[in-house]
Design a protein around this ligand. Structure first.
Ligand SMILES: Cc1cc2nc3c(=O)[nH]c(=O)nc-3n(C[C@H](O)[C@H](O)[C@H](O)COP(=O)(O)OP(=O)(O)OC[C@H]3O[C@@H](n4cnc5c(N)ncnc54)[C@H](O)[C@@H]3O)c2cc1C
Length: 519
């Protein structure tokens, strides 16, 4: 008989840790808890581990819906530190993308290649916008300041604070000035040139918001994240997941799929275990919930255990946008068609805010912007596509509302109306890619479409969101959710804590584990 945790008792003498959700944050938390000596149980509701860092395979082609490039993979930098801290061969986990242009922004009549290094990027922009030289300098001065602050903060999450860290305080005025601003307000302060503004925001699909809605600091932080180049996980994103899962298992941890947590059991303001949807109870000394905080607080914990202020925050939290995906496996080398180890952001227009407007009204835009990501060309292991063949992922932002009536239904049983809608959007997107990149698509062996409902189904995403709560000024930094929950022994990790993206999610897991072990 399992103990009734709600009535207290049942806690074992050894330190048991339960981690809810096996995305980047949950896996990092589980690994660092295991490293710290905890007996870890990692619980995942889906049939597969990994959330957005899970690859899937079709006919020898490997697809990575939630990872196209990451930054901070050199020794001493964020992602490298997470894996190096576990002795997981961090030096060989990633392949570097094209240093001269890992991101390529295509606007009508202009292509901007984003090179490694702020210096090179600044020079390139100055060549393209010579009359904006001073304004470009101002942008990079601000970005460098944020980079310095972020490096210091990363160091602090891995090492004990030193007296010299007090120098961090000099960044406080900048952080305060831009903390509540939108990226558009920051861009208006930088330059009146709408084209330069569009270029500086062209990677906004990485957080799924146009400049007028996005946080200024997050918009800038994204440039900081990729300032020392971009990388792709060697062999696909699933390799990162495999390394972390193996690490947990090697230290006696248990990793379970189809194990949906229905409730976090709270007794006298302490989290004491979890109840799975089948009724099984698992006691725990420490719990890390690495799923969207809207779910942790809104679904897994009875409201009576939570402060009203927190519940009001949960109820007004805005999820991030969904995506529409086309996954292609082609029996051709896309290098011969102009692609390479880089991504392309392709815009039909310079006004990014106008392009997002239909999405916020629940419609697909007539002429979409899209992201082209040939992941197999970024990988040097040869494991992402058969020899001489390539993968191409085409992604565009899509409103959840268009698909919401089918949410909750199994992926292959949503009926013909859903299929028809999906095929109409997918075929239309493919046609638009062919129109803007003639001859690129052909020799197709795998062709699949996915909607925001795939995010809900495979990653448990709230309203099909791609990055946890949206990165608006009111939902980043101190206004996002905090690692320590207002319930003893409960900690949060995942995109809802430091922000969407693999790097912040991994870091959130490390911090949650550290706090849980110290507590
Ligand atoms: C299209 C797209 C492209 C992206 N591209 C990039 C990129 O190139 N670079 C980058 O850095 N980031 C990218 N991201 C973002 C990044 O992948 C995510 O922000 C990050 O991986 C999220 O990690 P997470 O820890 O929040 O967990 P998630 O990946 O969100 O996983 C949470 C897990 O918890 C599980 N779960 C939920 N509820 C329960 C429950 N009750 N019980 C048990 N398990 C539960 C879910 O099934 C899921 O597996 C992209 C995202 C998308 C959608």
């Amino acid at each position: 008989m399992l103990p009734n945790l709600a009535k207290g008792g049942g806690m074992a003498a050894t330190r048991k840790a339960v981690v809810i959700g096996s995305g980047a944050g949950g896996l990092a938390a589980a690994a660092y808890l295991a490293k710290g000596g905890a007996q870890v149980t990692l619980l995942e509701r889906a049939p597969v581990i990994g959330g957005y860092i899970n690859s899937f395979n079709r006919k020898g082609y490997c697809f990575d819906p939630g990872v196209h490039y990451v930054g901070e993979c050199r020794p001493g930098q964020g992602i490298h530190r997470v894996f190096a801290g576990l002795d997981l061969d961090a030096d060989n986990l990633f392949c570097e993308l094209d240093r001269d242009g890992f991101d390529r922004y295509r606007f009508p009549g202009l292509e901007v290649r984003v090179p490694r290094g702020f210096g090179a990027f600044q020079d390139r922009l100055t060549d393209l916008f010579p009359s904006e030289k001073k304004n470009i300098e101002r942008f990079f001065a601000l970005a460098r300041e944020l980079a310095e602050a972020s490096r210091a903060m990363t160091k602090l999450s891995f090492q004990k604070p030193a007296l010299s860290d007090l120098t961090l305080l000099r960044h406080v005025p900048t952080l305060l000035r831009w903390g509540k601003a939108t990226y558009k307000q920051l861009l208006d302060w930088i330059t009146p040139d709408p084209k330069l503004q569009a270029v500086l925001a062209a990677n906004c699909g990485d957080y799924g918001l146009p400049p007028s809605r996005a946080s200024a600091l997050y918009g800038l932080m994204l440039h900081v994240h990729y300032s020392d180049g971009a990388f792709f996980p060697r062999g696909g994103s699933g390799r990162m997941k495999d390394k972390l899962v193996d690490y947990v298992k090697a230290r006696g941890g248990t990793v379970r799929t189809r194990a949906e947590v229905a409730e976090i059991i709270v007794n006298k303001r302490r989290a004491v275990g979890v109840r799975l949807s089948g009724g099984e109870e698992i006691p725990a000394d420490k719990i890390v919930s690495a799923i969207d905080p809207i779910l942790t607080f809104g679904k897994l914990i009875k409201a009576e255990h939570l402060p009203e202020r927190l519940m009001r925050k949960v109820n007004r939290t805005e999820p991030s946008v969904g995506m529409f995906y086309v996954f292609l496996g082609m029996k051709r080398d896309l290098r011969q068609h102009g692609l390479g180890a880089f991504d392309i952001w392709d815009y039909p227009d310079w006004d990014l805010d106008a392009m997002y407007a239909p999405l916020f009204a629940g419609r697909m835009p007539t002429v979409p912007a899209f992201f082209l990501s040939p992941n197999s060309l970024k990988d040097d292991s040869g494991e992402c596509a058969p020899k001489g063949s390539s993968t191409l992922e085409i992604i565009t932002v899509a409103p959840y509302e268009l698909f919401s009536k089918w949410d909750g239904q199994p992926s292959n049983r949503r009926g013909t109306d859903y299929l028809q809608l999906k095929n109409t959007i997918g075929d239309g997107l493919l046609k638009e890619v062919e129109r803007r990149h003639p001859g690129l698509i052909g020799d197709i062996e795998v062709q699949e479409y996915a909607t925001p409902l795939s995010n809900s189904y495979w990653a448990g995403a709230v309203r099909g969101g791609s990055y946890g709560p949206a990165m608006t000024p009111n939902q980043v930094g101190p206004f996002r959710f905090q690692t320590a929950a207002p319930i003893r022994n409960l900690f949060l990790a995942g995109a809802g804590v430091f922000g969407g993206g693999v790097s912040p999610s991994l870091a959130s897991g490390v911090v949650a584990a550290r706090m849980a072990l110290r507590d």
